[in-house]
Design a protein around this ligand. Structure first.
Ligand code: FAD
Length: 527
């Protein structure tokens, strides 16, 4: 994927696109893959970098949602469990099985969660990942050696999926391109253009690198902008009623010693009624999350002091070594694009199902849902778009479509396994130049060749793109990421043909952004 080539394609287009997709998160990327693989001419534009919004900030689970089962939402859970199975089948390099244990400290928990998780297994049917089982105290300690032992009676083990959200996103964007789509990051939709009949005919896109504006004609315009969906709807119709009720969730990241053994913890009800996950991820421990209603969407939401305290407190109740504030390596915050429904005061009770909404102008908005169900959401959206735009009625083919980089035995690919079949090309860069084989930081696995690859093949344009989304350095260890920034800027400047002043400015702006991911008193006072 080369950005210059994408810009050239946009400029060269003389006929309307079948579909213009606004938004390069999980939803927009999924729609672009679905539509392009059906043979439609697709343009996807993203105002920032792919995944800069919510899609880089998830809990990293490909799951049916045990909590939604408790809420009685059986159809949502079944749908998500099916999608979980399809995703592992189509992207085995990016999705893997993760055992979870629900630890039991009261007599009723083993039968209660044991039965609930058997139902979860049953609903997965042929898409199941592994059978759930009630565990003795000894078996629980074997799987979770760092769980609090005081009062522990046993546990229930079950299986779900885990992934790296922006790695999957990058590979979905690449899949769309493999099927003919044109994709452009740092290109925002700034106007929606209507014809004499008051219906949408296209949009104006601003290239944020050159400042140039492009008039884009399209049969259908899809609004897949997540938490920004109402803002985009207002471009066509300033007085539209809001669809969204956003809620933020935070995660704290610690070193791996807090959760040894490769098994995750699920606490279905913390003292304040939340779900708590503690998950092993990329040799670290991720703990979350919260559910705090917020007023306005933003790209870099801040963790509230009470959210940090809540997560530390609930982790401390279940881990034998309670993590302290100084143990936090990174704090990351995401905003859920939840769809409003009348009468609910708590966002945790709002539906995680997706919504398709068509405004009077013909703007098709798809919002809500979750990462796990992106494929199903895309299928539904493109089916609607075909009718709306009178497009060629081709059937959806993503049920068994391999995601870019598909590899049946990723475990054979070593530390670059998440790149799937691209791993060999990155290794070849490192083999050809020993400097590129060097790690960028002793505490993280990333090598310089990955920066070169990100710039040449994955449309990375900034230090933030590389450290936050092509690699996950910022999310794993913010201070380490800050110290990697100068070398990443130097390599990027060479690759993108930029000068020293550009590199210096990149380091400065990344360092000030990354400071927000470090849980220092500055962060706590910022709220
Ligand atoms: C804390 C948290 C934990 C979660 N955990 C999980 C989980 O474990 N598993 C799971 O399945 N789901 C999870 N989810 C849900 C999942 O992350 C989201 O449903 C999903 O990422 C939403 O993707 P999206 O593409 O709709 O939105 P986004 O990722 O926000 O993408 C929208 C994009 O639109 C772009 N955009 C906005 N305006 C414009 C414009 N004018 N022009 C061009 N582009 C524009 C934005 O820059 C953004 O990149 C979690 C969510 C949160 C908040």
């Amino acid at each position: 994927m080369k950005r210059e080539e994408m810009v050239a394609r946009v400029k060269a287009r003389t006929t309307p696109w079948d579909m213009a997709v606004i938004g390069g998160g999980a939803t927009g990327a999924g729609v672009a893959v679905d539509a392009a693989s059906r043979g439609h001419h697709v343009l996807l534009v993203e105002r920032e970098d792919f995944g800069k919004g919510t899609s880089s900030r998830s809990t990293k689970l490909v799951h049916g949602g045990v909590r939604y089962l408790e809420q009685g939402n059986v159809s949502l859970v079944m749908e998500a469990l099916k999608e979980r199975g399809l995703l592992r089948q189509n992207a085995p390099h990016l999705v893997h099985d993760l055992p979870f244990v629900v630890p039991n400290y009261s007599w009723w928990e083993a039968p209660f969660y044991g039965i609930g998780l058997k139902v979860y297994d049953l609903l997965a049917g042929k898409f199941g990942f592994g059978k759930s089982r009630i565990l003795s105290r000894e078996e629980t300690l074997e799987l979770l050696p760092t769980i609090r032992q005081d009062g522990l009676l046993g546990g229930v083990v079950y299986h779900d999926g885990q992934f790296d959200d922006t790695r999957l996103l990058t590979h979905l964007i690449a899949t769309a391109v493999d099927h003919g789509a044109t994709v452009l990051n740092y290109a925002g939709a700034v106007e929606l253009v209507k014809g004499a009949d008051d219906c949408l005919k296209g949009l104006v896109v601003e290239d944020r690198e050159s400042g140039e504006r492009f008039n884009i004609a399209a049969q259908v315009v899809v609004n897949a902008t997540g938490i920004f969906a109402d803002e985009v709807r207002r471009l066509a119709q300033p007085d539209v009623q809001k669809l969204l009720s956003p809620s933020q969730g935070i995660h704290l990241v610690f070193e791996s010693s807090f959760l040894r053994g490769g098994t995750a913890i699920l606490v279905p009800h913390t003292s304040d009624g939340r779900v708590m996950f503690a998950i092993p991820w990329h040799e670290h421990t991720v703990v979350g999350t919260t559910d705090t209603p917020i007023e306005n969407p933003s790209y870099e939401p801040r963790a509230l002091e009470e959210e940090i305290e809540l997560v530390l407190e609930s982790a401390g109740r279940y881990l034998s070594r309670p993590p302290k504030r100084e143990d936090i390596l990174s704090v990351f915050v995401g905003i859920r694009p939840l769809v409003k429904s009348g009468g609910h005061s708590k966002t945790s009770s709002l539906s995680r199902d997706h919504t398709i909404h068509i405004d009077d102008s013909g703007l098709l908005t798809i919002v809500g849902g979750k990462w796990t169900t992106y494929r199903h959401m895309a299928e539904d959206c493109v089916n609607h778009a075909i009718t709306l735009g009178d497009l060629k009625d081709a059937p959806c083919v993503t049920f068994d479509l391999h995601v870019h980089g598909y590899h049946e035995h990723p475990e054979a690919l070593g530390p670059l396994a998440v790149y799937g079949s691209d791993a060999g090309k990155i290794q070849a860069l490192a083999d050809a130049d020993p400097k590129l084989a060097q790690r960028l930081h002793p505490d993280l696995p990333y090598i310089a060749a990955e920066v070169v690859w990100a710039a040449r093949e994955e449309m990375a344009r900034t230090v933030d793109d590389v450290l936050a989304r092509r690699t996950r350095a910022l999310f794993l260890n913010a201070k380490a990421a800050i110290s990697m920034a100068p070398e990443v800027a130097r390599i990027l400047a060479l690759e993108l043909n930029k000068n020293d002043a550009w590199a210096q400015q990149q380091v400065e702006s990344f360092s000030s952004l990354a400071a927000q991911y470090v849980a220092t008193p500055t962060l706590t006072n910022a709220i």
